[in-house]
Design a protein around this ligand. Structure first.
Ligand SMILES: [Zn+2]
Length: 730
């Protein structure tokens, strides 16, 4: 027993076994042991200093084994050596704080902090929750190979500074405060399922510590509750109540879809700064006509109306010189008139801008503004419509945005409701080595938060791309967290079918009541069935981002009228674009899709925006039939399998869902794309929504609005079959 050392807290116990070279952390009452369970394996990997940068797998790190452990005051201190016996010049200090195990990396006096990987053999779990976008749950029972490094706040990295391990009904919550931490997650197919997910932690530069907190019972929801306490303490949870108190118009984001014209003026400039073409996709007058069409003809009430390419040279040419708005689309007076007309529809008007990128042909191009690498060379961005971009340093971006000719001039001349500064929340934390404005990753986040606050205070509300937890108190909406180009992730490697994982609403369990979220980038409407289910399960309105066939007054393009040919089987990815015999019959493809989906998702968001997701269930072994339950009991069931499925409903017995069918249920609202509902059986899928207009539950309401999207027009309301072709109040 002399070989074992232990720390005991109120509810946790940490043990080091010298003989086995293992460690465990457990929490009462489950007693489940997490930790380094495999005997005589290395505890950490040491990376050579010259390859410390970046999150990619590094060549040939050195493995380190436990040589000594000693109790010192309230801690256990461990020492290591390489397999050849060379001692490491660092210690790990292990401490218990409540039930949390804290690990500190302490270099010996006079030695630098190396880059290391802790728990390099991988802490074992059945499943790992990675907070990338809405949340990715990686399953141990999948046979697909998987290994990925996720950097804190990186693009498709960890959008919250945590990850969660799940086994049986217990969990382990890993948290940290430094963005120089990454997790490496992999599936070890040599082990029996499901306990073969492995997780390690990489620390570099300023990162020194992390905390591992066992959670006795409760799975994903308990993990979220434990993290929520931390999110609250860090000040990230700025709720709708606070946002609306700050800016009453923020209320209009609740239930609003994101409608983006991308881009009004597209000027094409090549890498050598030569203009190769210019296209006007929408004049400002046409943009206003589109908003009026959505309001008057499609009868959509809640829209975040978002315009790109309004800037002086067209997006994203010659940034940061944005004002006055370009003459090709109508000039400043026309854009101001467009803003008033969009707002007169009851919509929120948003303009798209960018301070991450600067172009060499911009009138105010200044090499002083550039973000610089450690050798002083500038950080080069992509080749966009404006040609080759260079990155600005975040401190300089803030200075550029604050010039009177930038955001202030937009407010004075156009007065939109919201401002969007592209990439601010999407690009991972940057560093800058320019001695005139050096920045660490943490300082980069601070400057970006300042930029967001400045634009938000000047215009009224603010949003940016993708979204990160640190940005929630500085923004009103995130564009891109929910989806990218009609998929749940940008990277192919993270798509559920590739990685052996499932998308889960983990963000919605911690931050749902704090911010509006949408997807980003245009996508093919004829293949969006699964995305509609995804948005319904997340309780989020959709994004409608225009592409080429929708330039100018898109509904006048008669080619877009016809329904897609019927699917060869019951799997119909175009299901939500169909309006035969329904409200939007005869309208164009985009309008049919907008009407059908916003009639479901807008009210769903309004009913649930100020709650958290309470539970997320997989109703079948393949995890294709899923159910979300919100904190107020509202429930969404969705069938992404290839067969018809009976699901139990809250208020009307069993409901038969076709492939890509869904059911939304609240006391005062119901929506379904189904083959049966409330006792009536349909030969083909139908789409209906029912809304109580007097606040009473649907079963008792004296006034119910029925919306009919497609198919057979008969529906059973309060025990009586009624026929509703488009919409009616019953
Ligand atoms: Zn700088």
């Amino acid at each position: 027993m002399a070989e074992a050392l232990a720390l005991r807290g109120e509810s946790g116990r940490f043990m080091v076994d010298m003989e086995q070279q293992t460690w465990t952390i457990s929490a009462e009452p489950s007693g489940y042991c997490w930790g380094q369970l495999e005997a005589r394996q290395p505890w950490l990997l040491l990376y050579p200093p010259e390859v410390q940068q970046g999150d990619q797998p590094q060549p040939e790190p050195v493995a380190a084994y436990l040589t000594k452990a000693a109790a010192v005051d309230e801690a256990i201190v461990t020492r290591f050596c390489t397999v050849e016996g060379t001692p490491l010049t660092l210690s790990l200090f292990w401490r218990l704080q409540g039930s949390g195990l804290q690990v500190y990396v302490v270099p010996d006096r006079g030695y630098p902090m190396p880059a290391i990987e802790l728990c390099c053999g991988g802490l074992l779990a059945d499943e790992v929750l990675v907070p990338v976008r809405m949340g990715l749950l990686l399953h141990g029972d999948s046979e697909k190979p998987f290994e990925q490094v996720f950097g804190t706040y990186e693009y498709e990295g960890l959008h919250m500074a945590m990850c969660g391990l799940l086994a049986a009904d217990t969990a382990l919550l890993a948290t940290w405060g430094d963005s120089c931490i990454s997790t490496r997650v992999w599936r070890d197919l040599s082990l029996p399922a499901p306990g073969r997910m492995r997780t390690a932690f990489r620390l570099r530069d300023s990162a020194r510590s992390l905390e591992l907190r066992p959670i006795a019972a409760g799975g994903l929801r308990a993990l979220a509750e434990a993290y929520l306490e931390r999110a609250e303490a860090l000040g990230y949870r700025q709720t709708w109540g606070q946002k609306i108190a700050r800016q009453p118009r923020a209320r209009k984001l609740i239930g609003a879809c994101n409608f983006k014209l991308w881009t009004a003026l597209a000027r094409h400039i090549d890498e050598n700064l030569q203009e190769t073409g210019v296209d006007i996709h929408w004049t400002f007058n046409e943009a206003a006509q589109i908003a009026e069409h959505l309001k008057r003809d499609v009868q959509i009430d809640d829209v975040l109306f978002h315009l790109g390419g309004w800037t002086r040279y067209g997006y994203d040419c010659r940034h940061p010189d944005i004002m006055p708005p370009n003459e090709e689309c109508g000039g400043e007076a026309a854009l101001a008139d467009c803003a008033r007309r969009v707002q007169a529809c009851g919509y929120l008007f948003c303009l798209h801008d960018n301070y991450q990128d600067i172009y060499r042909d911009a009138p105010s191009w200044d090499p002083h503004c550039l973000e610089r690498k450690p050798d002083g060379s500038p950080v080069v961005g992509g080749v966009w419509l404006g040609g080759r971009a260079y990155y600005t340093c975040a401190q300089e971006a803030l200075r550029l945005a604050k010039r009177p000719q930038n955001v202030e001039a937009v407010q004075a001349g156009i007065a939109p409701d919201l401002y969007f500064i592209d990439t601010t929340f999407a690009v991972g934390p940057q560093t800058c080595a320019d001695p005139r404005h050096p920045l660490t990753r943490a300082q980069d986040i601070e400057r970006k938060a300042e930029l967001s606050d400045y634009a938000r205070d000047t215009i009224g509300m603010f949003g940016s791309e993708c979204g990160r937890e640190w940005a929630i108190p500085h923004a009103d909406f995130f564009e891109g967290l929910v989806a990218v180009s009609g998929k749940c992730y940008h990277g192919q490697a993270l798509l559920p079918e590739t990685c052996g994982g499932s998308v889960v609403p983990f963000f919605e369990m911690v931050y749902r009541d704090c911010i509006a979220l949408h997807g980003k980038y245009d996508h093919n409407l004829l293949t969006t069935g699964e995305q509609v289910l995804h948005h319904a399960l997340m309780g989020r309105p959709l994004y409608y981002h225009f592409h080429q066939s929708q330039h100018h007054l898109y509904w006048q393009n008669q080619d877009a009228l016809a329904e897609a040919p019927a699917a060869p089987d019951s799997w119909d990815p175009a299901a939500y674009t169909r309006a035969h015999n329904g409200w939007a019959d005869g309208m164009c493809l985009l309008d049919r899709y907008i009407k059908n989906t916003q009639e479901i998702l807008g009210p769903l968001h309004k009913l649930t925006a100020e709650t958290l997701v309470e539970s997320y269930q997989f109703l079948d072994a393949a995890r294709l039939i899923r159910r979300t339950t919100f904190g107020n009991g509202v429930q969404v069931s969705a069938n992404a399998s290839r067969v018809n499925v009976q699901v139990d409903s809250l208020h009307c017995g069993t409901v038969l869902l076709p492939p890509l069918g869904l059911l939304v249920e609240a006391p005062e609202f119901a929506a379904f794309h189904a083959l049966s509902w409330n006792g009536r059986v349909y030969e083909q899928p139908v789409l209906f929504t029912l809304t109580s207009l007097d606040g009473r539950a649907l079963g008792e309401s004296a006034s119910i609005r029925v919306f009919h999207g497609q198919g057979d027009a008969c529906v059973v309301v309060r025990g009586r079959t009624v026929e509703v072709r488009r919409e009616a109040v019953i």
